[in-house]
Write a new protein. Structure first.
Length: 294
């Protein structure tokens, strides 16, 4: 019994020593983790992660405010907005994974970011419900959502910059192989279809039927990318040319519905130009040489 008690005591002491050693190693582990995370780049990613959906929502409401009374733009164009959210969410996930941080913010900054993000979502969702019920977009609520959305992005960017240490080596991109290039082209096609949905819907008639076809195809492409995990893959592989094409395409997608809803007779032309411009951008982006990491 005495010998067993001695063995138990030895195991207990060894367990305590192992636990203490693990606790002592935590600061070093955290330091090594921070040493490989590019917090400055992650801050910019978090900013645009907030900016893109905020811009999409605000543009939808602006289109509602500018629309001709003959245009009911609260159904199919809303679906297009949701598809944009889906595609962007998948795309930015791959970009964040490239820099090795699922949760870039920690502690109080993360809590503040979550509060601002939640308040933004609540403001926009409430504004959506009011718009559907009343027919007119609540300007003050939309403006509040826009300010909160941009505030969430700016807050996250600033918090990451404050915590950033020395510059870290640039993480290598995933390979820009043939599969990624094909996926990039498909992503561009989906975004082009989304950009055409609102303007074509506003034009009505045969263009209205085309908008339904465009919406169905865009949803199918987004769903395929979601279930095949192709969108995060291209987010991890894109270089400056591809992100530039995406940024310009987002601007086109957000802006095109506004003049189309205001002047429905030009909706077909606006939708065709918007979709064509995005397709050209993404064809060029998909074929662009990979180039160095940056």
């Amino acid at each position: 019994m005495t010998e067993e008690r001695r063995f138990d005591e030895t195991d207990r002491v060894q367990g305590q020593e192992a636990a203490q050693a693990a606790l002592d190693a935590l600061p070093g582990i955290a330091g090594r983790r921070d040493g490989v995370i590019d917090r400055r780049r992650l801050g910019r990613i978090l900013f645009f992660e907030a900016f893109v959906p905020t811009a999409a929502f605000v543009s939808w409401f602006l289109a509602q405010l500018a629309r001709d009374p003959s245009v009911n733009a609260r159904s199919l164009p809303t679906l297009a907005l949701l598809v944009v959210m889906l595609m962007w969410g998948q795309l930015v996930r791959g970009l964040r994974e490239r820099y090795g941080a699922v949760q870039a913010l920690r502690g109080a900054p993360r809590l503040m970011h979550q509060v601002l993000t939640g308040a933004t979502a609540a403001a926009f969702l409430t504004a959506l419900v009011i718009t559907f019920l009343r027919g007119d977009a609540p300007v003050l609520l939309v403006a509040l959502g826009g300010v909160l959305g941009l505030g969430a992005g700016v807050w996250a960017w600033g918090a990451m910059r404050r915590d950033a240490g020395e510059a870290v080596p640039v993480t290598e991109h995933a390979e820009m192989n043939t599969a990624v290039r094909i996926a990039t082209g498909c992503f561009g096609l989906g975004l082009a279809l989304i950009a055409a949905v609102g303007p074509l819907f506003a034009a009505g008639g045969a263009f209205g039927a085309l908008s339904v076809v465009a919406a169905v195809l865009a949803v199918a492409i987004a769903a395929l990318g979601r279930f095949s995990n192709a969108v995060p893959a291209i987010g991890a592989a894109w270089r400056t040319p591809q992100w530039t094409a995406f940024a310009i395409s987002v601007v086109i997608t957000c802006v095109a519905p506004i003049p189309a809803f205001a002047t429905p007779s030009f909706g077909g032309v606006i939708g065709g130009i918007a979709a064509g411009a995005i397709l050209v951008l993404f064809v060029v982006a998909a074929l662009w040489p990979a180039g160095p990491d940056a």
